[in-house]
Design a protein around this ligand. Structure first.
Ligand code: ASP
Ligand code: MG
Length: 243
């Protein structure tokens, strides 16, 4: 049976209504016969708010403590989305950094993924349970929580999709596609139906924030096609691949 990894960005799950819409996309996918793994970001602006509070204390110098603070925002999203799914009659279970199987280096606040062990996720899938994974977090060899750099939930989705050899990795973004400029700022934007990893990597390098740079590299290394989709209707706006 094919496995779909569905990742919801912060603006697509910023309140209960939007969490319900996200849950409908999960249900669509299950109804079409797929096994679904869900990855979530923090609800919109939550990470920024936590960083602001920490910055008031010490300018965010205590990176280990910062990671302990920040990972909680994604855990909150995962627990809430699991509750919504359960309420809809879909078996779901949220995980956290200790159970989701992402091992990182110990570079707090911008850790790199060293390897992914999707055993626990696979076990849940085998039991027809939807694993709901908080993005942006991993665990060092010493059992410490790390975060994967800003926008790092994309890294989580892509790394897990690659480890599971998933058939699709869909990133739901409020803008629904990749454009040559920010559609919220400029009216004359051009939408990419398709884009290569390399072109997108260049855009990310120049400061484009639509998708996190590290996730593009992981997708390219694993030849994993990423779809950018609109959460309201599942329309695929842009495909990111080698060609
Ligand atoms: N919550 C983290 C951030 O705002 C990670 C993410 O959303 O992907 O950077
Ligand atoms: Mg994000």
């Amino acid at each position: 049976m094919s496995i779909f990894v569905l990742k919801f960005g912060g603006k697509t799950i910023s309140n209960i209504e939007k969490l319900r819409i996200a849950a409908q996309r999960v249900e669509d996918c299950i109804k079409s016969g797929k096994k679904v793994v869900v990855v979530v970001s923090a609800m919109a602006d939550e990470t920024d708010k936590l960083i602001e509070i920490a910055a008031d204390i010490d300018g965010c110098g205590y990176k280990r403590e910062l990671d302990h603070l920040l990972f909680t925002a994604e855990v909150k999203s995962a627990a809430l989305l699991s509750m919504v799914l359960l309420k809809m009659g879909i078996k779901a279970k949220s995980l956290n950094f200790t159970t989701l199987g992402i091992n990182t280096d110990d570079n707090h606040f911008s850790a790199k993924v060293k390897n992914v062990n999707p055993e626990r996720i696979q076990t849940l899938l085998d039991e027809d349970i939807v694993p709901v994974i908080p993005g942006y977090q991993g665990m060092t060899d010493n059992g410490e929580v790390t975060t994967l750099g800003r926008g790092g939930s994309d890294v989580t989705a892509v790394a897990i999709a690659a480890a599971l050899k998933a058939d699709a990795c869909v990133l739901f973004k409020d803008v629904g596609a990749i454009f040559n400029d920010d559609p919220k700022v400029s009216q004359h934007v051009v939408k990419y139906d398709k884009i290569t990893y390399d072109t997108l990597y260049d855009i990310a390098n120049r400061g484009g924030k639509i998708i996190c740079r590290d996730s593009i590299a992981i997708a390219r290394d694993n030849n994993l096609t990423i779809s950018i989709a609109n959460p309201d209707n599942f329309n695929i706006g842009t495909l990111i691949s080698n060609d």
